[in-house]
Structure formats: structure tokens, C-alpha cells
Design a binder for this molecule. Structure first.
Ligand code: C2E
Ligand code: CA
Ligand code: CA
Length: 728
């Protein structure tokens, strides 16, 4: 507590005149004086006013001077108190000093300067004490602060010591258990340090190679030199690929990260780094690289690599003025095999075809699989004469045709397959250079022509063919609007018995194009199938057919069976059966009169699902037939499980029945098989009296074909129905 400018002095005395004399005297010396008439009052003021000094009488009634002293000693010991007493008893003085009085003056005070001196002395002492205390406190505080700082430093030190121990431990653990290899190399190539992990991917133990020159483990001088010069230039290298030679001389591909470390005198300069075995990464990269350019199934170059080589070939042909050829192969009816015998068999067949295609392949030629059952062969450098070159290409194509036609034994199956081959020669002599894509498209177009011309055929590309290919594209475009614009209609082809009585009919779709006239379903159905347009078209056909059924029934016309062709894609829809139900309900047609024609391929694909759908359809009362029977590879075992009603003998057998002994046997077999399975048989495409006679002789009872009637529009068919026969 700091003293006031004019110290405040409290006088406690029960004698008023004494208090007055003190006050009058002291006020002359710039002291402020307050008074208390007894001890109790004094203590009260001490508490409230905190005087700088107290002058106190000893003997007072009630609370006496000793009690005041006691109070000050216990509560405010810094306030100097001077006892001014009338008792000259020495015992009183001693008692007062013991109780904490700073001085003892006798009353009456003869010389007031004694009082003055005692007061200033006490005040000075008090000031010193306070100052000293403050200094002490400051000192203690300072010491406390320093100690605290010291302790913190100690704690930090301890912590960092522990940390560094931990780090050391950690690094040791990492060093010892590193998957990657840590190493240090001196600038002369000495292996200065290497982690034990070197044994993880090499046969070396750490100790075996420590101290050796790295030339022992990195055998390529070129790689080492390049690494060093990189480090000198850049100070660090990352993912530097280098081969490590193992104890048994195996080369292990490694990725190296390293940093050049100058130690400025603290130990030798060195290169520190890590090494990682990247064998797996390399294999994956190689695989990716391979897959990018090769077909995984046959291991033949893929389209990308083929186009690369083709481009090179075209520009070389231009430079050297010679011809090359592109052969485009598509396997006929491959889909049948895939569908009926399953993909594993199809895949095995494709592999075998690939193998046969590469027999006698010249180094400069390329065989490639584009996907599915499409292969191409690129023949380079067929000489400067166009006719000679084309002849060589033709011969090569024929050789392939022969080789692929030989039978295949795949698992327990004996298979036959033929290719349709399109050939495009290059350069074509057209203005400007054609691209690889152009040539490929030309060959593809020629292949389509080969297919159209009866399969197992070779066709050369002619510019006129391109327009046919363009046509296909145009069909796709226009087909989208055909339905909306009412260009589609249904024709009906009667199914008859030997006498020509109508027992049913097949619904056949017709597309009347406003400019192109009738477009054959054989042309646009495959396009619709490929684009998915077959779904709305198929639904429309079914709906219209059912409407006809209802109309005929309502007008009393007798028809026992109206067959509708169902495309594979349509049938595979999960809700196909529900669609049929909905259409039947919507039109009110009698399901017992409706038939659906399915193909072998689609019933063999996913047998369980198919049988389920077929059962559900039969449950509705619908009759099911297998279309184009004999062209697929269906086995009897499957057919026995199918809830079928009718087999339709494909017209290709009917066509040759009068001349081809083989076909006679096949038709014979189909008919007896159908009898065995209690199925009806309808022969398709019956054109002549002779064919009819042959079929009848084999026991066939139902027919369809131009001999009886072409497919006809509804009005004409209604006439036929009314007559009940096609001969009228
Ligand atoms: P398909 O189901 O085998 O139909 C029989 C085809 O043979 C019909 O050809 C028919 O006109 C023709 N044809 C009938 N009798 C004779 C004959 O005595 N001689 C010859 N040479 N041909 C005969 P079309 O109408 O051109 O149909 C071709 C194919 O298009 C059909 O073959 C069928 O697969 C498909 N198709 C036709 N309409 C539809 C349809 O509504 N939906 C589906 N998904 N496909 C259809
Ligand atoms: Ca049909
Ligand atoms: Ca057919």
C-alpha cells in the first residue's frame, strides 16, 4: 500500500484535548488527521480509511490500545502504530512493543518535535517495508517466471529427447521393415547402406552387397551413367527405371527415387534413395499395351493395330507404286453356333479360325480380328500390276475359303463353317489418298455383297457397292418414321393342307416406302433388330395381327391359326409375355387362334428363361412354332423340353428336295422327329408341284409357298378366307 502525498494519521485517544493538540500540531506539517475517541471506533476507522499511521493511547475504556495493536498486527501489519501513553510503566511499554507498536511515547509530550520525528521515522520505515515487500514480490515473481521458463525448457528438452528417440526407433523400424529398399551410395559407386528389405525381392542379403560397387547390382553402364548425370544436374530423380541384376542373374525392373546429398564435411557426400520392385507394374503395363493392340481371345492384332499397319501400307503402296489388298471375312451363320452351342464353343471355334488364318502368313501381312466373327487379312506389296495383284488376292481368298471349310472338332461337336469374303484393293486410283478406314469400309461392303450373293462367296469391292452400304444407313434413318407415317402394313400368306384348304396364315410385314416402293423385310428387319427399332415394330405387328383376328372372328370368318414372327430381341424382353397378354386383352382376340414363330437360335439361348416364357404363352392358349427349322444347330434334347406345337421346315431344304439326296434325308428326319415329338410340320417356300409331291410322300401334311399363294394384302386374304381355299 503506497503512502499518500499528505499522509493520513489517525489518533485514538479518549481525551479530546490530546486529540485536538495532536491534530492542530500535525496539520501544520501537512498531515491529515482523523480522530477516534476509543479503541472500537479506531478499529472501525482503520478498516474503513486505511490511515498511513496510527497514534494510539493504551488505556481506554472498553477496547483498549493493546486490542487495537492486536487488531493491526493481525489485519493491517503495514500500518505503523505509535503508542502514546500516560503510563510510565515499563511493563506497559514492553507489552505494547510485543503487540506490534512501532514506537512508544510518553504523555504528555513535552517536545512535539519528538512526536514529529517518531512519525516521520515510522512512515519512512513503513515506506521502506512496503517498497521492500514489493521488490521481494517482484523478485519472487521474476524467479517464478524464470523457473517456469526453465521448467518449460526442461520439459521441451525432455520431450524432444523422447521424440528423437521415438523418431530414431521409428526410422529404425521403417528401415528394417521397409517394403521399398533404402540405400546410400558413395560418389565412387560404393554401396554405403542398404536396408534389409533388399532380400524381399532379390536373393541378396544386406550384408552380402554392402560395401560393393553398385555395378554388381545395376549391370547396365548406360543406366548407371544416365542416373549419375541426372543426379548431378537435377539433384533428385524420381521413378527412374533401372534393372537390378539378382544373384541368379535375373533382371528385376525397379523404380528408383534418389537425392544427391552434400554433407559439407560431416561424413562423405552420398546419394540417398529408395528402390522399388515394379515387376507387377511392368507386367500390367505390358498387358495393357498388349490389350490396346491385340484381341484377347485370339491374340491377333486388333482393329487399332490393323489400322496402324494399314495406313503405313497405303502410304508405302503410294510411294513404291505397288498394290495391296484388304480381305474382310465374316463367318456365315456363326451366330447360330454361338446361340445353339453356347459361347465357349463359339470362342473355341473363333480361336481355331484365327489359327487357320495365320498358317503360311507372310511376315509383311497381318491377320486381325475386328470383333465378333469378323476377321481381316491385310496383304502387302502385291506388285505393280493391278490385275496380277487382284489375282493374287483372289487366290489367297480362295485358299482361306478352302482352309476354313475343313471340319472343326470342338469338344464333342463336329462343326462346319464358311466365310463370306470381301476384297478391297489399294490404292484405288481415286483422287487423293484414301484412309485406312475407307479401305476397311470398302472391304466390308464387298463382304456384305458376298453374303447377299449366297454366302461362302468372294466379292471384290466395286465403287457401285458403296451406294448399297449407304442405302443401309438410309434405311435405318427412314425406318424410324415408317411407323408414324403409316408406311408399314401386314400381308398374309395362307398355310394349307394338300388340297389347298386354308388352315391358317403367316403374318408378314411390308414396308411401302413413298419413293423406293416395297422394301423387303429381309432387308429392313435385320436393321430394325440391330437398332432396337424391332421392339416398337414387333409390338405393332402383334397388335395389328390380333385386331385382324378379332375382326375376322366378328365377321364370321373361320381361321384356325394366325402366326406372327417374333424377333429374338423382342422375345428376350423380360416382360414379353405380359405385353402379349396386354395386347390380347386390348384387342379381345382369341388367344387360341394366335401363333408365334420363334427361331432355333432364340429358344436355345438361355433355355430356362425361354422354356418359362414358352410355358406361360402356351398357358394363354397360344401355339408356338419353330421357324426356319434345320438351319440352326438345335439338338433334339432341347426340343424335347420345349412346349412346341409346330416345326417349320426351312425353304432351303424344300428348294433342293427334288434334286439333292442330302436334303431328302434331312427333311425325312425332321418329319419323323416331329411325328415322334407329336408336332405338326409345315413346309415353307413350296413353289412347285414336284416339291409338294416329294414333301407329301415324306409325310408332310401342311404347306406354305408361292405354289399355293404369295403373301397377300388383307383384302385379298379375306377373300381367300371366305372361300376357305386358295384354289378358287
Ligand atoms: P420367314 O419368317 O422365313 O418368312 C417366310 C419368307 O419366305 C417370307 O419372306 C415369304 O414371303 C417368303 N416365301 C413364302 N413362300 C415362298 C416361296 O414359295 N418361295 C420363296 N422364294 N419365298 C417364299 P418375306 O415376307 O420377305 O420375309 C422375310 C423374313 O422377314 C421372314 O422370313 C421373317 O424372318 C422376316 N419377317 C417378315 N415379317 C416379319 C415380322 O412381322 N416380324 C419379324 N420379326 N420378322 C418378320
Ligand atoms: Ca416366319
Ligand atoms: Ca421361315
Amino acid at each position: 500500500m503506497e503512502q499518500r502525498q499528505n499522509p493520513l494519521i489517525l489518533t485514538i485517544d479518549d481525551e479530546e484535548n490530546i486529540r485536538d493538540s495532536f491534530r492542530l500540531f500535525l496539520e501544520d506539517f501537512e498531515y491529515n488527521v482523523i480522530e477516534a475517541a476509543n479503541g472500537r471506533e479506531g478499529i472501525d476507522i482503520i478498516q474503513k480509511k486505511k490511515p498511513d499511521l496510527v497514534l494510539c493511547d493504551l488505556r481506554m475504556p472498553d477496547v483498549d490500545g493493546l486490542q487495537v495493536l492486536q487488531f493491526i498486527k493481525e489485519n493491517t501489519p503495514d500500518i505503523p502504530i505509535i503508542v502514546v501513553s500516560g503510563t510510565g510503566v515499563i511493563g506497559d511499554a514492553i507489552e505494547a512493543i510485543r503487540h506490534g507498536a512501532w514506537n512508544y511515547l510518553l504523555k504528555p509530550i513535552q517536545d512535539m518535535s519528538v512526536l514529529l520525528h517518531a512519525i516521520s521515522q515510522a512512515l519512512e520505515r513503513s515506506r521502506l517495508i512496503v517498497e521492500n515487500r514489493a521488490y521481494q514480490e517482484h523478485l519472487e515473481e521474476e524467479v517464478g517466471r524464470r523457473t517456469e521458463a526453465l521448467q518449460k525448457t526442461m520439459r521441451d528438452l525432455n520431450h524432444s529427447h523422447r521424440k528423437s528417440k521415438e523418431n530414431e526407433e521409428k526410422y529404425r523400424l521403417i528401415f528394417e521393415n521397409l517394403q521399398d529398399v533404402y540405400f546410400e551410395i558413395l560418389l565412387d559407386g560404393t554401396l554405403y547402406e542398404i536396408s534389409p528389405s533388399i532380400s524381399h525381392f532379390s536373393l541378396y542379403q544386406r550384408e552380402e552387397i554392402l560395401g560393393n560397387n553398385i555395378a554388381g547390382i545395376f549391370p547396365s553402364t548406360q543406366s548407371r551413367d544416365r542416373l549419375m548425370s541426372l543426379l548431378r544436374r537435377e539433384e533428385t530423380v524420381t521413378d527412374y527405371e533401372i534393372y537390378l541384376r539378382d544373384k541368379d542373374s535375373t533382371l528385376i525392373p525397379c523404380s528408383l527415387n534418389a537425392r544427391y546429398r552434400e554433407t559439407q564435411g560431416r561424413g562423405p557426400d552420398k546419394i540417398c534413395g529408395t528402390l522399388r520392385d515394379i515387376t507387377e507394374r511392368k507386367q500390367a503395363e505390358a498387358r495393357i499395351e498388349y490389350l490396346a493392340y491385340f484381341d484377347a481371345l485370339t491374340e491377333l492384332p486388333n482393329r487399332r493395330l490393323l489400322l496402324d499397319r494399314l495406313e503405313q501400307n497405303i502410304s508405302r503402296a503410294h510411294r513404291h507404286n505397288h498394290y495391296g489388298a484388304m480381305l474382310f471375312l465374316d463367318l456365315d451363320r456363326f451366330k447360330n453356333i454361338n446361340d445353339s452351342l453356347g459361347h465357349p464353343v463359339g470362342d473355341a471355334l473363333l480361336k481355331e479360325v484365327a489359327k487357320r488364318l495365320t498358317i503360311d502368313l507372310r511376315a509383311e501381312d497381318t491377320v486381325s480380328r475386328l470383333g465378333g466373327d469378323e476377321f481381316v487379312m491385310l496383304l502387302s506389296d502385291l506388285g505393280p500390276e493391278p490385275v496380277d495383284a487382284a489375282t493374287v488376292a483372289q487366290q489367297k481368298a480362295e485358299a482361306i475359303q478352302r482352309r476354313l471349310a475343313e471340319k472343326y472338332q470342338i469338344a464333342e461337336h463336329i462343326l462346319h463353317i464358311t466365310p463370306s469374303i470381301g476384297v478391297a484393293m489399294f490404292p484405288t486410283g481415286e483422287e487423293g489418298h484414301e484412309t485406312g478406314d475407307d479401305i476397311l469400309r470398302y472391304a466390308d461392303t464387298a463382304m456384305y455383297r458376298a453374303k447377299d450373293d449366297g454366302r461362302d462367296t468372294i466379292r471384290f469391292f466395286l465403287p457401285s457397292m458403296q451406294s448399297a452400304a449407304d442405302e443401309r444407313l438410309a434405311i435405318e434413318k427412314e425406318l424410324r418414321y415408317a411407323m408414324e407415317k403409316n408406311q408399314l402394313s401386314l400381308f398374309f400368306q395362307p398355310q394349307v393342307d394338300t388340297l389347298g384348304n386354308i388352315v391358317g396364315a403367316e403374318t408378314l410385314i411390308r414396308w411401302k416406302h413413298p419413293q423406293k416402293g416395297f422394301i423387303s423385310p429381309a432387308t429392313f428387319i435385320p436393321v430394325a433388330e440391330a437398332t432396337g427399332l424391332i421392339l416398337p415394330i414387333g409390338e405393332w405387328v402383334l397388335h395389328s395381327a390380333c385386331e385382324y383376328l378379332k375382326t375376322w372372328e366378328d365377321s364370321g370368318l373361320q381361321i384356325h391359326h394366325l402366326a406372327v414372327n417374333v424377333s429374338p430381341r423382342q422375345f428376350r424382353q423380360p416382360d414379353f409375355v405380359r405385353q402379349v397378354c396386354a395386347i390380347l386383352e386390348d384387342t379381345g382376340a382369341n388367344p387360341k387362334l394366335l401363333g408365334l414363330e420363334l427361331t432355333e437360335g432364340m429358344v436355345i439361348d438361355n433355355v430356362i428363361d425361354t422354356i418359362e416364357k414358352m410355358r406361360a404363352l402356351k398357358q394363354l392358349g397360344i401355339e408356338l412354332s419353330i421357324d426356319d427349322f434345320g438351319t440352326g444347330y438345335s439338338s433334339l434334347a432341347y426340343l424335347q423340353q420345349m412346349p412346341l406345337d409346330i416345326l417349320k421346315i426351312d425353304q432351303s431344304f424344300v428348294r433342293d428336295i427334288a434334286s439333292d439326296a442330302n436334303d431328302v434325308v434331312i427333311v425325312d428326319t425332321i418329319i419323323s422327329m416331329a411325328n415322334h415329338l407329336e408336332l405338326k410340320v409345315i413346309a415353307e417356300g413350296v413353289e412347285t408341284e414336284l416339291e409338294l409331291a416329294c414333301l407329301a410322300e415324306k409325310g408332310c401334311k401342311l404347306y406354305q409357298g408361292y405354289h399355293f399363294s404369295r403373301p397377300v394384302p388383307d383384302s385379298q386374304f379375306t377373300e381367300q378366307l371366305r372361300a376357305g381355299t386358295v384354289f378358287s
